[in-house]
Design a protein around this ligand. Structure first.
Ligand code: FAD
Ligand code: NAP
Length: 552
């Protein structure tokens, strides 16, 4: 490896001097933490830089009440260390935010990783120098790091967005955002709260805030399909059987389409492929509804492959809302219409719909009159004013590209990544982009990432990158970059497999497509072909000496 001239543990210098390391890693969530562990283990010096004051990424920032994972804890955890798997005890099947944050802090301390993480520091720029084939990484604290390799572990859902609502700064109460929640928590007792957004974050927060606040107004622009989340304490026998053979379980995860082996606890009933909703009379559909509740909408082989069948499933879902909600007008307002089930990221909630039967919860259906402005005392809509003490934005993220585009990343010829991606992100395998040698992205656009159990995708990416850096070192090479042709082929393949799915239905507007961000090009960002097919392709590329990449 070239030019290691200073220990990474000095953690940067603000006197303008440049600190040399082998790899700069940006971000200290699941991806950054494992990158540090793995690359250090391979003998590279690594510096991690993290905006937050602690590790955890998603699980550090999203401290809103009710924040919880919807993948079972045994599945949503690292597989790289048997010792770690043997000693860590999960308490719940679907872990709460707090437990995941605790777990990641344990990992960092157990493997002595904290000394190579610089906290409270945002990377502002990364510039590639062609002559030396090194990246210069600069931060808002004035640090300058030079490294041949840069790993962007910046997260797919880490760039929060807040809509530009007129008068927002005039509000005299408190403005909060689910993804930037105060560390000390918030006591809503006696307060009137306005919550904007009914995606996963809004759905999880609604019942929790409703239990505490004097009154909760939920401002809904698009009604969601929220499925009941599974909740329960970990069965000690289940955990024991996992620990008896974690290796086998982890191998099964990588062979599973979404990185979930189906072992760690209930996720919801499976879809029996032979049962077709379009061939089933309404009365018989209702029997399935009696048995499965909201899950009945998905429990058919044709619902995710046929728009007409999907609409039949949606009607069954709406029937369940009518059964759940006391007030028919509220039930109708909560009923999702006009887009298919499965077009957006699945939303899971506990007591979400039931919260709207409470006297202290009001649904404000923005389809009847949009938000016009924030006033000093509340939220003004075309259907009236709502006086509140707190406004909460649960309005999501500039997903998959946002965190990268917020950094001035300059590759060959000084080109900016966000300019190159202005018409849509382009990568080879989601790992690298043409024109940006030695810059790796973990779970980047064009990889299964957000369509799978993300921890599995992250581990696979980190190991692929580790193998690649070791290969370059062993072969006396100093740079790697995709060829334009291989990248174009991959982008075409990513688009092709997304065609005909619910994700790209004409009526679908999701953050997967960038549709939640004004002006963002409508491009389907993740790879929908499944983790096994992806891993097979990535492994084949590596085995063939990094076919489709230029090595120098
Ligand atoms: P992150 O955890 O997002 O970490 C990225 C880190 O990079 C952040 O800490 C950020 O501060 C830092 N960073 C970014 N830019 C910079 C910069 N310029 N300088 C310095 N630091 C920077 N996935 C699932 O598979 N299952 C789930 O149930 C699930 N639930 C989720 C719930 C919520 C509320 C959210 C928001 C996401 C959820 N996800 C879930 C997705 C989740 O993001 C991933 O599972 C995983 O935690 C991502 O880890 P990461 O390390 O890649 O990114
Ligand atoms: P989101 O899914 O993008 O939802 C944002 C919500 O805000 C939507 O209801 C959106 O309405 C609304 N909104 C945005 N701008 C608005 C405006 N100007 N006026 C009114 N409403 C507005 O964001 P999220 O809920 O934070 O979730 C993002 C992703 O994080 C999830 O999809 C998931 O991947 C992950 N997550 C997972 C969990 C979990 O349970 N594991 C929990 C939280 C988050 P429209 O639909 O009309 O745009």
């Amino acid at each position: 490896m070239t030019g290691v001239t200073a220990a990474a543990s000095e953690s940067g210098r603000s006197d303008g001097a440049v600190t040399d390391v082998d790899v700069v890693v940006v971000g200290a969530g699941f991806a950054g933490i494992y990158s540090l562990y793995h690359l250090r283990d391979l003998g590279f010096t690594v510096q991690v830089i993290e905006t937050g004051d602690g590790v955890g990424g998603t699980w550090y920032w999203n401290r809103y009440p009710g924040a919880r994972c919807d993948v079972p804890s045994l599945e949503y955890s690292y597989g790289f260390s048997n010792e770690l798997q043997q000693e860590w005890e999960w308490t719940e099947i679907m872990p709460a935010r707090e437990e995941i944050e605790e777990y990641l802090n344990h990992v960092v301390d157990r493997f002595d990783l904290r000394r190579d993480i610089k906290f409270g520091t945002r990377v502002t720029a990364a510039t590639f120098d062609e002559a030396t084939a090194r990246w210069l990484v600069e931060t808002d604290a004035g640090d300058r790091f030079s490294a041949p390799f840069c790993v962007m572990a910046t997260g797919c859902l880490s760039a929060p967005t807040m809509p530009e609502v007129e008068g927002r700064d005039s509000f005299e109460g408190r403005v909060l955002q689910t993804s930037l929640w105060p560390r000390e928590g918030v006591d809503f007792t006696g307060l009137r709260v306005g919550l904007i957004g009914t995606g996963s974050s809004g759905v999880q927060a609604t019942p929790e805030i409703a239990r505490e606040a004097e009154h909760l107004y939920v401002f809904q622009r698009t009604a969601t399909y929220s499925f009941p989340a599974y909740r329960g304490m970990m069965d000690p026998e289940l955990q024991k059987s996992f620990k008896a053979n974690p290796g086998d379980f982890r191998r099964r995860q990588r062979r599973a389409f979404a990185g979930i082996a189906g072992f760690g606890g209930a996720l919801g009933p499976a879809q029996p492929p032979e049962r077709k909703i379009l061939e089933t009379p309404w009365e018989e559909q209702l029997e399935v509804l009696d048995e499965l509740g909201f899950w009945a909408a998905r429990a058919w082989g044709d619902v995710f492959v046929d728009l007409e069948a999907n609409e039949a499933g949606a009607e069954l879902f709406r029937e369940m809302i009518r059964r759940t909600i006391d007030d028919p007008e509220v039930a109708e307002a909560l009923s999702p219409r006009g887009y298919p089930i499965g077009c957006k990221r699945l939303v899971f909630g506990v007591d979400y719909y039931e919260a709207f039967n409470r006297d202290n919860v009001t649904l404000v259906d923005l389809r009847k009159g949009a938000i016009e402005s924030i006033t000093p005392t509340g939220i003004r809509t075309a259907q009236g004013d709502y006086e509140v003490d707190v406004v909460i934005f649960a309005t999501g993220f500039d997903a998959m590209t946002g965190a990268l585009n917020r950094i001035d990343i300059r590759g060959r010829d000084g080109q900016l990544l966000r300019d190159v991606w202005a018409g849509g992100a382009r990568t080879l395998l989601g790992l690298q982009s043409f024109g940006f040698p030695n810059l790796f992205i973990i779970t980047g656009p064009g990889s299964p990432s957000v369509l799978s159990n993300m921890v599995v995708g992250i581990e696979q990416h980190v190991e692929w990158i580790g193998d690649c850096l070791a290969y370059l070192r062993d072969h006396g090479l100093r740079s790697i970059e995709p060829t334009l042709a291989a990248q174009d082929d991959w982008v075409e393949h990513v688009n092709q497999v997304s065609e005909g799915t619910m994700y790209t239905a004409p009526t679908c507007n999701s953050w997967y497509l960038g549709a939640n961000i004004p002006g963002k090009p409508r491009v389907f960002l993740p790879y929908v072909g499944g983790l096994p097919a992806y891993i097979e392709r990535a492994d084949a590329v590596a085995s063939a000496g990094y076919e489709g990449f230029t090595l120098a």
